[in-house]
Design a protein around this ligand. Structure first.
Ligand code: FE2
Length: 283
């Protein structure tokens, strides 16, 4: 990249809220509620991470989704997925599952381990109105199916979605052109990532800390940084301990968001229809 590179800065810092979901899984909910508009098309980001089975063993028994996509990225552990469209898969360390709920899916996500570390992230990505009632789709990507690049500056970049310097990630282009990178920076590493103009973008630092942009704004471990608009991308610099961060960006839909739990549509009427369809077994 040229020296004309201009970096986005940090517009807002966000700390996750500790919540319990599913049958009693302890989560850090980083993106929700009021950030859904600002970070359109993203609806939710949860981090799960524990070496205590009590925090995860109950998992997520059968539950529905309609109107969006879920992206589950595992750093450590094993989780079994089953759904009413007949899909079944094992999500394991370093792997990713991309599920398009579309018009409706009922699935379970259950730990396939009794002890040890379970760590990862679930991101909810909204679908455009025209795709909300699409056929459900699901795919598992093993760790070896997610492209990894070593940059000249020493950073290691896993490309879960989108393109990295022209090279496709595991899911190159979904409906909202999501860019989803897991970036591992060694100590004192200066690194740049391009972000498509017009995309909403954020960082979630899950290990270590980072300085961001020309202002060298600090983002601490377990903080999300909502990035400002404009610029060519984002400039990152790690401290003496290195850092690991997610960089997530997507094309905003600019459509109304109507949410009721696991259903995300455009209008209240569509939500009522989703509840009725689920109740009457039409998923
Ligand atoms: Fe789910």
């Amino acid at each position: 990249m040229s020296d004309k590179f201009t970096s986005r800065g940090v517009e807002q810092w966000v700390r996750g809220a500790s919540v319990s979901d599913g049958a009693g899984v302890r989560l850090l909910r980083v993106l929700s509620g009021s950030l859904q508009r600002r970070l359109d098309p993203f609806l939710m980001l949860d981090e799960f991470g524990s070496d205590n089975p009590d925090d995860y063993i109950a998992g997520f028994p059968d539950h529905p989704h309609r109107g969006f996509e879920t992206v589950t990225y595992m750093l450590a552990g094993r989780m079994r997925h089953r759904d009413n469209a007949g899909h079944e898969g094992l999500l394991s360390s370093g792997g990713m599952q991309w599920m398009t709920a579309g018009r409706g899916i009922v699935h379970s996500e259950l730990p396939e381990q009794q002890d040890g570390v379970m760590q990862g992230f679930q991101l909810w990505v909204n679908l455009p109105a025209a795709r909300k009632m699409a056929e459900p789709d699901y795919r598992d990507y093993g760790a070896d199916e997610i492209p990894v690049h070593r940059d000249a500056d020493g950073a290691t970049v896993k490309v879960i979605a989108g393109y990295w310097r022209g090279r496709p990630g595991a899911v190159p282009a979904n409906a909202t052109e999501v860019l989803y990178l897991d970036i591992d920076l060694p100590a004192a590493c200066r690194h740049r990532e391009a972000i498509p103009a017009g995309h909403n973008a954020f960082l979630y630092v899950y290990q270590g800390e980072l300085a961001v942009g020309e202002g060298q704004e600090k983002v601490a471990e377990r903080q999300m940084a909502v990035l400002s608009g404009g610029g060519d991308g984002v400039a990152l610099e790690s401290g003496s301990g290195g850092a690991r961060t997610l960089l997530i960006a997507g094309r905003p839909l600019g459509e109304p968001i109507a949410q009721w739990g696991p259903f995300v549509m455009n209008t209240r009427e569509e939500i009522e229809q989703a509840i009725a369809d689920y109740r009457d077994g039409r998923f």
